[in-house]
Design a protein around this ligand. Structure first.
Ligand code: FAD
Length: 493
């Protein structure tokens, strides 16, 4: 191996975690090559264009803006050097059985909304948010940037105290019910947990920090689309000398003395000193590594609780649809039944809740003039299969709901439509069970209980991304890449 400046690191995958790791390592003087199987960088966060529309393929909620800001600032840049952020107001619209609510960007208005639904809930929200803020500050400050190799990292007294304060050991369902009674408000506050992870009863109360991120820190949007974020990270990476090579499907490795000495793709061999595997952890372990270098077996993975997969539709319309906001949650049906059909008895949902993103309400550049850009998402259990007929069934369910609530039958205005579910998550990202956003944030899968970032068998291999710490989402993905890069760089120096 050469000296630090000449050491070569391969990063597998160009999602948020891979690009964050690549930038961090390049800044430290390593030679970095990112190998991406798809034609375009950005992973789940990239976009595609069709018929004059630009569709973001995955994330649409830009939360925790300070994480992205701090990332770019650590390179002497700012998000403003790459894209313009807009805070959405209302943050989102919720369609309930008999009414609709707009969640304002202003806390006093949200408090009035709560008070109107349940007397006393406005005050209760203020108390709930104070606690959520404490968790956010402790969680994002002290915990999220721990590589979580073992519990001992958390064993300092002040951290232990904070651990109890942030309620890592009690659950979100009971926590919410200790503040609110109205089923409507409970559903509103449980939505980030259901959409991003597991059943509220299995999720640590720590995750009320998500409510703080949602209601207090706000929902933002990068003009041009969410894909502006990975595009900015790619530009930064390239300016730091990182080579990003697309259409490079990593197929295996060469080994020497319990280290990876080379990474192989379908047509190339890259000699390396270290590897960050930011592709789906399960795929790297179970498909790319020989058995003796795996730290988990198939039985371990089978026991993991995955976040939901999703049935998605990317749809372009030749007409505007009044009555919708940028983010729309269709919560007309039973939350509990849908959650059971995702987590307890995995099956296609009978009467699903769904989410409809309509970024053309904010951004003219993502749809042709007078057109509407739509992204539909139904959270569904991982590991299912679908047919075209089944997908059409859900498409029609959602169109009926949109027609009921807005008066427009969008089926008459479709100029582009593409669906995406488990099968595509597997073929596009090598995703375990077709998961959309990784491992669920359950109590038994938090911090040091997640699949480990550091390989025990191979000294120069670190994992990053949504199946390891800190977890799924764009901000955690970025942090994960930074953490893995720090750890590998210490190992190599
Ligand atoms: C539908 C959907 C909606 C979401 N909504 C939000 C949201 O609103 N807000 C939010 O913050 N987060 C959201 N998320 C979660 C967020 O997008 C992900 O957690 C994040 O993008 C994961 O980044 P990553 O780097 O871990 O993985 P990925 O983005 O999956 O990157 C891994 C990369 O590895 C590549 N790869 C796989 N196998 C190989 C191989 N053998 N060789 C080479 N390359 C390989 C893949 O092609 C991919 O590009 C959403 C995700 C989805 C799918």
């Amino acid at each position: 191996m050469g000296n630090t400046t000449t050491k070569h690191i391969a990063v597998i995958g160009s999602g948020f975690s891979g690009l964050a790791a690549a930038c961090t390592l390049a800044q430290k003087g390593f030679k970095v090559t990112v190998l991406e199987k798809n034609e375009k960088a950005g992973g789940r966060g990239r976009s595609f264009s069709a018929e004059g529309f630009v569709f973001d393929m995955g994330p649409s909620w830009y939360w925790m803006p300070e994480v992205m800001e701090e990332f770019f600032q650590s390179f002497g840049k700012s998000t403003a050097d790459y894209y313009t952020l807009k805070r959405l107001d209302p943050g989102y619209r919720v369609f309930l059985k008999d009414e609709q609510l707009d969640v304002s960007a202003e806390m006093h208005k949200i408090q009035s909304l709560f008070e109107g639904i349940e007397p006393g809930a406005g005050k209760a929200l203020a108390k709930f948010m104070d606690e959520a803020k404490e968790k956010y500050t402790a969680g994002m400050g002290k915990f999220v940037r721990k590589p979580a190799h073992s519990f001992t990292e958390f064993a300092e007294l002040d951290l232990l105290k904070a651990l109890f304060k942030i309620q890592l050991f009690s659950d979100m369902r009971s926590h919410l019910r200790s503040h609110f009674k109205s089923p409507l408000l409970l559903q509103l506050l449980e939505f980030p947990v259901l959409f991003l992870g597991a059943k509220p009863s299995k999720t640590p109360a720590l995750y009320s920090l998500m409510n703080y991120a949602d209601l207090e820190l706000g929902t933002w949007y990068p003009m041009g689309g969410m894909a502006k974020v990975p595009e900015a990270m790619l530009e930064l990476a390239q300016s730091l000398g990182v080579q990003v090579i697309t259409n490079q499907n990593v197929t295996g490795f060469e080994f020497e003395d319990n280290e990876i000495s080379a990474v192989k793709t379908q047509n190339q061999t890259y000699i390396v000193d270290g590897v960050i595997a930011s592709a789906d952890y399960h795929h790297v372990e179970q498909t790319l590594l020989p058995k003796k270098y795996r730290q988990y077996d198939e039985a371990y993975w089978e026991k993991r609780t995955m976040s939901p997969s999703s049935l998605l539709f990317y749809v372009g319309l030749n007409e505007k649809v009044p009555g919708l906001e940028h983010h729309n949650l269709f919560f007309e049906n039973s939350f509990d039944v849908h959650a059971q059909e995702i987590y307890d008895h995995p099956q296609w949902p009978s009467n699903p809740l769904f989410y409809l993103c309509c970024p053309s309400k904010t951004d003219k550049t993502v749809a042709p003039e007078n057109g509407e850009n739509m992204f539909f998402l139904i959270p569904v259990a991982p590991g299912l299969q679908s047919t075209d007929e089944l997908r059409e069934h859900y498409w029609n369910l959602m169109c009926n709901a949109v027609q009921r609530r807005t008066g427009t039958d969008i089926r008459n205005h479709v100029v582009y439509k593409r669906s995406f579910a488990h099968e595509e998550f597997q073929s596009e990202y090598n995703s375990f069970k077709g998961n959309a956003y990784g491992l669920a944030n359950t109590l038994m899968q938090t911090a040091f209980l997640k699949p480990k970032m550091k390989s025990k068998q191979l000294k120069n291999l670190y994992y990053a991304g949504q199946l390891t710490v800190p977890g799924p989402g764009m901000p955690p993905g970025i942090i994960s890449g930074q953490l893995a890069a720090e750890e590998l760089s210490q190992q190599l120096n």
